[in-house]
Design a binder for this molecule. Structure first.
Ligand SMILES: C[S@@+](CC[C@H](N)C(=O)[O-])C[C@H]1O[C@@H](n2cnc3c(N)ncnc32)[C@H](O)[C@@H]1O
Length: 229
């Protein structure tokens, strides 16, 4: 199994408890982060949400009328299955289409989308720069890019407590609820080892984006990046 297969498999394993754990481990802040991020979008016709998972960002985009139609792609069939259930329950099937796909090799023509988004997905790309280049390719000139990703608090005291929660408490709760022995240790390590802030901006520039801004939320636990093609 290649790296993509491993990642898809990991998310297939934890898909059933993914939403519950997100809300539990973040004390529901993840809902607020997605809502705040989506508010920054200018309403558009066609959006692509890569690493769509269980479709929370896609649903929020339609709910806030920021995109008329959202295509969501993901490697994990189980995450997509749960996402489709949520979309169906909200009767949004005609507005949100969820497909199996790999962001490193998108099937859409160049410049097809008005907005490309990704929440908590980029740190899982096996090749970050290739994924960002594909997202850039999928976007029309002048189109909007929105990325939400975990980051680390700047304040040393907050960082100390966050680190403890993140490396000790979160993996333990994740293990217990998801019944997966390793997934939440991997997920937390993937945050610690990932670039954020100016470091991430450099990757966006290298992929060809401009007008790049970023804004931290909740002491810097999450960062919202906005850019244009
Ligand atoms: C932490 S989840 C985020 C899901 C969702 N966007 C959210 O806000 O909750 C990360 C997702 O990225 C997907 N993923 C990782 N690498 C991918 C790739 N190369 N192409 C498509 N999806 C990918 C995983 O399958 C997983 O569903």
């Amino acid at each position: 199994m290649g790296i993509e297969g491993n990642i898809g498999h990991l998310f297939n394993r934890i898909a059933g408890t993914y939403d519950r754990l997100n809300h539990l481990l973040s004390f529901n802040a993840d809902r607020r982060w997605r809502r705040r991020a989506v508010r920054k979008l200018t309403p558009c016709d066609k959006a692509l949400d890569v690493a769509v998972g269980t479709a929370d960002l896609a649903i929020e985009m339609v709910r806030q009328r920021k995109a008329h139609h959202v295509t969501g792609i993901d490697l994990s069939e189980e995450m997509l299955r749960i996402g489709r259930e949520k979309v169906g329950k909200r009767q949004l099937d005609d507005r949100i289409r969820l497909e199996s796909g790999n962001v490193l090799d998108l099937s859409c023509p160049d410049g097809h989308f008005d907005a490309v988004t990704c929440a908590y997905g980029v740190r899982n790309f096996s090749d970050l720069d290739r994924g960002l280049r594909e997202m850039h390719r999928a976007l029309r000139p002048g189109g909007q890019l929105l990325i939400l990703e975990f980051s680390y608090p700047d304040n040393k005291i907050i960082r100390f407590f966050y680190d403890f929660y993140f490396t000790k408490i979160m993996p333990a709760i994740g293990r217990k609820v998801s019944q997966d022995p390793t997934a939440y240790t991997y997920l937390n390590l993937s945050v610690k080892n990932f670039v954020w802030g100016e470091g991430f901006v450099q990757h966006l520039q290298d992929a060809g984006f401009h007008n790049i801004t970023f804004q931290t939320m909740t002491f810097g636990i999450t960062t919202l990046y906005l850019a244009q093609k």
